[in-house]
Design a protein around this ligand. Structure first.
Ligand code: 5GP
Length: 192
């Protein structure tokens, strides 16, 4: 069993609305060993795809994305949820992302300088639920004329439609662990 699955079973807390809280080891306090193992798994899976950039959305995608980028020896780029005062409208790609946990829609942006048409991009995020975040990131990659090589997810909630949405858009989705159910405050996995 992966370190990540063990930690979910030991320290994950199931909240109402099918939200799994993992902020003692993944997205608030972060256990570098868990993130390191995730990055290695993403590397092994996508290493032959010619990845030139790892791409995520702030804030909780940043930790797994930076470790993954380090393994691939490429830059990591993250989409921002607010416009930096130093970035001009004409210099940015922009899309809308609906947040599963906060139930708000934000404009998400990146500078045009950091994605080029010849980039081959690995999208990384902590969770996959309805696929809104990854779909928005795919849109930004496509606006730049670049290619999505795949989507690497730490925790996929497989009872929600995110994987199907992304596959329908032509993306390969690889998840470290796939949760079958969070019913009755209990985590069960789809076994490998
Ligand atoms: P999606 O965009 O696929 O609907 O949801 C993924 C995003 O929502 C992730 O970036 C993640 O931050 C957040 N999210 C979705 N489900 C959960 C969850 O069960 N727990 C936590 N902590 N975040 C989640």
């Amino acid at each position: 069993m992966s370190n990540l699955k063990e930690r979910i079973l030991k320290d994950g807390v199931v909240y109402p609305n099918n939200v799994l809280k993992v902020d003692s080891f993944l997205n608030h306090q972060i256990d570098p060993q868990v993130i390191h193992e995730i990055a290695e798994a993403f590397y092994q899976h996508f290493k032959d795809k010619g990845i030139t950039k790892v791409f995520t959305i702030e804030a909780s995608g940043i930790a797994p994305a930076i470790m993954t980028a380090m393994r691939f020896e490429v830059p990591m780029l993250f989409a921002k949820k607010s416009l930096p005062s130093t970035l001009k409208k004409d210099d940015q790609y922009e899309t809308k992302v609906h947040s599963y946990t906060k139930n708000v829609t934000s404009n998400v942006i990146i500078s045009k300088h950091y994605l080029q048409a010849d980039d081959v991009v690995l999208i990384v995020d902590d969770f996959l639920a309805n696929g809104e975040a990854a779909k928005g990131l795919m849109d930004l990659v496509h606006q730049a004329g670049a290619k999505v090589a795949g989507v690497g997810i730490c925790i996929e909630k497989s009872f929600q439609p995110g994987r199907q949405t992304l596959e329908d858009l032509g993306a390969e989705v690889y998840s470290i662990c796939r949760i079958k159910s969070l019913a009755n405050q209990e985590v069960t996995f789809i076994e490998d």
